[in-house]
Design a protein around this ligand. Structure first.
Ligand SMILES: [Zn+2]
Length: 342
């Protein structure tokens, strides 16, 4: 079978479409025919060798997978051959104290699909059966792949790590990103008033089209005060932040008293500094978020099935042109998800 593999780290790294051995499921595993696989910033870090964990090469990237079950190993009777599924990319053990209470995102033996094991930029992928979630009939494979990681990350941030409430002011960073485009819709769906950011006019207008009522340019040094002014100086109650770096420092300038920043990703920097004095005086919170639980992913697909959350897809590439998809990802030009279809 064909797999698009990273052979050596770099910026850009060296990739090749290779013939690799066919996959057979072990006990508790399933082999899934990949019908669509999304790319995200994790893939760039993998490419650059910039992840804080060892990676064995060659490695097949790809953590946002939708497909059909091809074969199931012993003990994997929860799914059947032919089932339409998406894959929860933060693979979990199912046995530790966190998995036992449905907090798979905290798994003590968590592994990342496409980093710790081969991912979905291939004709076939092998995962534990527990990582499979049924794809509702109303959603096609492209929608499933576009939602499985980015949108479920947003669902986890807004409904598990924090609880967005009706009437909240919510600032969503990066309207055109996978997490941002989903977070706007999820916050809006809970009755929040949403503000967002975008580095171009097109991205800001896109955020407004998804339901945000105000969009600012993060390159404008005055953007935090623009946010404060729009909220009548109250500030935002909740910030959905997935960039880190300087942006994470700046969001505190528009955060309300008793407000919460929930953060993941840190694509623009993992070592921000911020002033603790106003932070504790205003009794604010900074909450980390990682991956998603099975329940977050199930609810994400349910929202999409009900038409309350639409996947945002930028471009779909065939597997043979996965290198082109990576080039577009590096340039950061996309609006929504980049997908690859084997
Ligand atoms: Zn576990």
């Amino acid at each position: 079978m064909k797999a698009f593999q990273l052979l050596s780290h770099g910026d850009p790294g060296t990739f090749a479409l290779q013939d690799v051995p066919e996959l057979a499921p072990g006990p508790g595993e399933a082999v899934v025919k990949v019908r669509a696989c999304g790319l995200n910033h994790l893939d760039v870090w993998l490419e650059q060798g910039a992840l804080p964990m060892p990676v064995t090469l060659p490695r097949t990237p790809g953590s946002e997978v939708a497909g059909e079950v091809l074969a199931v190993g012993d003990g994997g009777e929860a799914v059947r051959v032919g089932d339409r599924v998406v894959i929860q990319s933060n693979l979990f053990c199912g046995e530790c104290e966190f998995c036992q209470v449905g907090e798979e995102s905290q798994c003590l033996k968590g592994r990342l699909l496409g980093v710790d094991c081969d991912g979905g930029l291939a004709e076939v992928v092998k995962v534990p059966v527990g990582a499979l979630v049924p794809l509702p009939a109303a959603l096609d494979f492209e929608a499933g792949a576009a939602l499985t990681l980015a949108a479920s990350t947003a669902m986890h941030m807004l409904t598990n790590r924090t609880q967005v409430r009706e009437g909240d002011w919510v600032l969503v960073i990066g309207a055109a990103s996978g997490v941002g485009s989903a977070a706007i819709q999820i916050a809006k769906g809970h009755g929040a008033r949403v503000l967002t950011t975008g580095t171009t006019l097109a991205k800001r207008e896109f955020g407004l089209s998804l339901g945000a009522e105000f969009a600012v340019d993060p390159a404008d040094p005055a953007w935090p005060s623009q946010v404060r002014r729009h909220t009548g100086k109250h500030g935002v109650d909740l910030v959905v932040e997935h960039v880190g770096g300087r942006v994470l420092e700046q969001v505190f300038a528009c955060l309300a008293r008793n407000g919460t920043v929930v953060t993941c990703g840190a694509t623009a920097g993992r070592h921000p500094g911020f002033d603790l004095w106003p932070f504790f005086v205003k009794q604010q919170r900074l909450i980390g978020s990682y991956g998603r639980n099975r329940e977050d992913l199930r609810r994400t697909l349910e929202w999409a099935e009900q038409g309350r959350l639409r996947p945002v897809i930028d471009t779909v590439f065939p597997l043979a042109e996965a290198a082109e998809a990576f080039a577009r990802l590096r340039r950061g030009e996309m609006r929504g998800k980049l997908l690859v279809k084997p």
